[in-house]
Write a protein that binds this ligand. Structure first.
Ligand SMILES: [Zn+2]
Length: 303
């Protein structure tokens, strides 16, 4: 009885923790992805990177596929599980290359428990699942489903190319750097994106979508420490009165980082954001291409 009661209270506690973490994630609207500008650019260039076979369909539906690139971010307001599909805090699973984590979802759940695995982020499994769904939609020549799964799959693939989507300290909250998430993935591309040389050539066939998702995560993870360190360095170099500026947003005065901060930080990062965007473009096109090859290279009708 006592054992039963304590198990029950553990379960209640686990549910409360899950709910609280969901509320926390939901209350942070900017912490889900590349900014909207970057997501759209990544999809636009990924379409151009495709080889002749699937390209005509994607070009024909470019407006829809590009505008729906941000759909998964919007869906999080109505689906409490959605937020977890956009990241994985891979450093919760030991040290690089994180072999403690079985790459198969069921094996991971068996080892760590479902609540832990799910709340630590499930992006790689979502990507594998949506690659299969996109391939199936292509096999059926279902134009609407192809647009849905292509745009959404592209979003998740682009997100794991953001280094802060792979670490526990995803918003600098553990190191006094709160806000770094949106400064890096949203504000920097919005400010400097026009100077980036974006594009990719020759998307590759992906033998195992799940394994490759983990490979991308490991690559992306390599830049997390560096971008956090350079942010701290930048903040230390600028006197407090020049680090921030004040703007009016919805009739309220808010403190934001200054132009000087962004210029210095961008200079230190060099081409890092641009490179991560280009890797995103390459991988988004590669996943779309792979789904088409796996579907048997069908001729996709426009409809
Ligand atoms: Zn996202």
């Amino acid at each position: 009885m006592l054992f039963y009661r304590s198990m029950k209270s553990i379960k209640v506690l686990a549910s409360i923790l899950l709910l609280l973490s969901a509320l926390f994630v939901l209350s942070s609207p900017m912490l889900f992805s590349w900014g909207y500008w970057a997501h759209r650019e990544i999809h636009r260039h990924a379409i151009e990177a495709l080889p002749e076979g699937p390209k005509a369909f994607f070009q024909h539906h470019a407006d829809s596929i590009v505008s729906r690139s941000i759909e998964p971010d919007e869906r999080r307001w109505v689906d409490s599980l959605e937020a977890y599909y956009h990241y994985i805090d891979i450093d919760r699973y030991g040290a690089h290359p994180f072999n403690e984590l079985p790459r198969e979802y069921n094996a991971a759940v068996k080892k760590f428990g479902k609540a832990y695995v799910d709340t630590t982020g499930t992006a790689p499994w979502r990507i594998a699942d949506f690659t299969a769904k996109l391939s199936d939609a292509m096999r059926r020549n279902d134009a609407e489903a192809i647009q849905l799964y292509a745009s959404n799959l592209g979003h998740y693939v682009a997100d794991i190319n953001v280094p802060l989507h792979t670490v526990v300290n995803y918003d600098g909250q553990l190191t006094g750097q709160k806000g770094i998430h949106s400064r890096w993935e949203s504000h920097l591309p919005s400010r400097y994106g026009k100077t980036y040389k974006l594009g990719a050539k020759n998307p590759e066939y992906i033998k195992n979508p799940l394994t490759t998702a983990f490979d991308i995560i490991l690559e992306s993870y390599q830049s997390a420490d560096k971008l956090l360190a350079l942010d701290l360095e930048t903040q230390k170099e600028i006197p407090k009165e020049k680090l921030y500026t004040y703007i009016i947003r919805d009739s309220v005065q808010v403190r934001v980082f200054s132009d000087e901060y962004y210029e210095r930080y961008q200079n230190k990062l060099g081409s890092m954001v641009e490179e991560r965007m280009n890797r995103s473009i390459h991988w988004v096109a590669s996943y779309w291409y792979t789904a088409w090859v796996d579907a048997g290279k069908p001729k996709l009708t426009m409809k």
